[in-house]
Design a protein around this ligand. Structure first.
Ligand SMILES: Cc1ncc(COP(=O)(O)O)c(C=O)c1O
Length: 393
């Protein structure tokens, strides 16, 4: 569109002007079925009326107060969020604005917990290869993917990456002498939807409990109902010491959260941490709508059901090599390159032919990632699958 932006994104050639449910419309009126949700953000689709209303009404009351005072709507949101995460063992919350900021907060808590109990030198955070935890210098250090590291060192020290699924490596890395925390995604998003095994997650929970290492679940992409339970970790029958959330937490208004369980809840004291916009009232009003809508057994069950429809159809396509996922978080590998497929899916949008485009994400050279909004209807799922099938050939 113009070149005032830094060259940080490989942007596809489409300029959006409005959205409605699972659909986006570009400036020429062409229509696109959104299988990305803005990377797991627009959970309830675009222009969801109760969300728009909550945001507008809150903006008309007050948009911001600083964290030296209390906000009625922020307090209500925080309480509802802690309640929603109580099954995972969560007791309280720090509100932030993004995923990276939430993970930074989690690392600070783990390090201070360990310092207070065991003194200096027990500050390492273990994470998994293929993980993605953010773009700040510290969360890049946490991220177990070399391609994000080049050019930006030196990084915050004290991060170690091990192979997901390797219980022997986990046992070795969590040494009880130098490690403060284990930071993991139950389902890795950025690296192409990698689902951790039940054995690995329960070994992690057991070792962390035995060695008093804080178990931190990054649920920024896989949380908030995406996998069919409110938190993905619920499907593993484990509890967390810390959970981080962001992305869809306020349905598209920036928001992040660090939730803490029994061990970690009282670690941070006045002056230890803060954020100007954390707990912003407009984001909180939006977050209330998200929690009220998503966190019901019926709604979560629907996410699972729709995910199964998509995944089983994708698995059957002859051009799909492998496919995996949980709920509406699906990854699959193809023979050819993923990027041309994304381009073709957009380029097929045509007003004269009354033909829509399809928005998808790539996760590396040969992998496609789908994160459709929970608003997806069965007929939209079918339409998306038909387009995908045609594009794959
Ligand atoms: C699992 C996970 N953690 C952290 C982040 C970073 O979130 P943000 O971009 O809001 O800083 C992301 C973003 O993709 C993510 O998927």
């Amino acid at each position: 569109m113009n070149n005032v932006f830094m060259d940080t994104y490989h942007r596809l050639p489409v300029v959006f002007a409005r959205g409605e449910g699972s659909w986006l419309y570009d400036i020429n009126g062409k229509k696109y079925l959104d299988f990305t949700s803005g990377i797991a953000v627009n959970l309830l689709g675009h222009n969801y009326a109760p969300l728009v209303r909550a945001v507008s009404e809150q903006a008309a009351k007050y948009i911001h107060v600083c964290n030296y005072y209390q906000s009625d709507v922020t307090a209500a949101f925080a309480q509802k969020l802690v309640n929603a995460c109580a099954p995972a063992g969560m007791k309280n919350v720090f509100l932030a604005n993004s995923g990276a900021e939430a993970n930074e907060g989690a690392c600070k808590i783990a390090r201070k917990y360990s310092l207070l109990k065991y003194g200096q030198g027990r500050h390492t955070i273990v994470t998994l290869k293929g993980s993605f935890h953010g773009r700040t210098i510290t969360t890049l250090a946490a991220t177990g993917q070399e391609k994000f590291h080049k050019d930006f060192g030196p990084f915050t020290e004290g991060f170690v990456h091990i192979e997901g699924g390797d219980i022997a490596a986990l046992e070795k890395a969590l040494d009880g002498k130098t490690v403060a925390g284990l930071l993991i995604e139950a389902v890795q998003g950025e690296s192409g939807i990698i689902v951790q095994s039940a054995e690995f997650i329960s070994a992690a929970a057991k070792l962390c409990a035995e060695r008093d290492i804080l178990l931190i679940f990054d649920e920024i992409q896989c949380g908030l109902g995406r996998t069919g339970t409110f938190l993905a970790l619920e499907q593993y029958n484990v509890k967390a010491d810390i959970v981080t959330l962001a992305k869809g937490l306020a349905g598209g208004i920036p928001a992040g959260a660090v939730l803490a369980g029994e061990k970690a809840a009282d670690v941070l004291k006045v002056g230890d941490h803060g954020s100007t916009f954390g707990g912003n009232p407009v984001a909180a009003a939006a977050g209330l709508v998200i929690l009220e809508t998503v966190n019901t057994p019926e709604f979560l069950e629907e996410i699972k059901r729709k995910g199964e429809i998509l995944l089983s159809a994708i698995k059957q396509h002859p051009k799909v090599k492998t496919a995996r996922g949980k709920g509406l978080m699906i990854g699959f590998d193809i023979e050819g390159n993923s990027w041309p497929l994304l381009e073709a899916a957009i380029a097929r949008a045509d007003l004269a032919k009354n033909q829509c485009g399809l928005l998808m994400l790539s996760s590396g050279e040969h992998t496609i990632r789908l994160l459709p909004p929970y608003s997806l209807t069965d007929s939209e799922a079918e339409q998306g699958l038909a387009i995908l099938s045609q594009l794959l050939g």
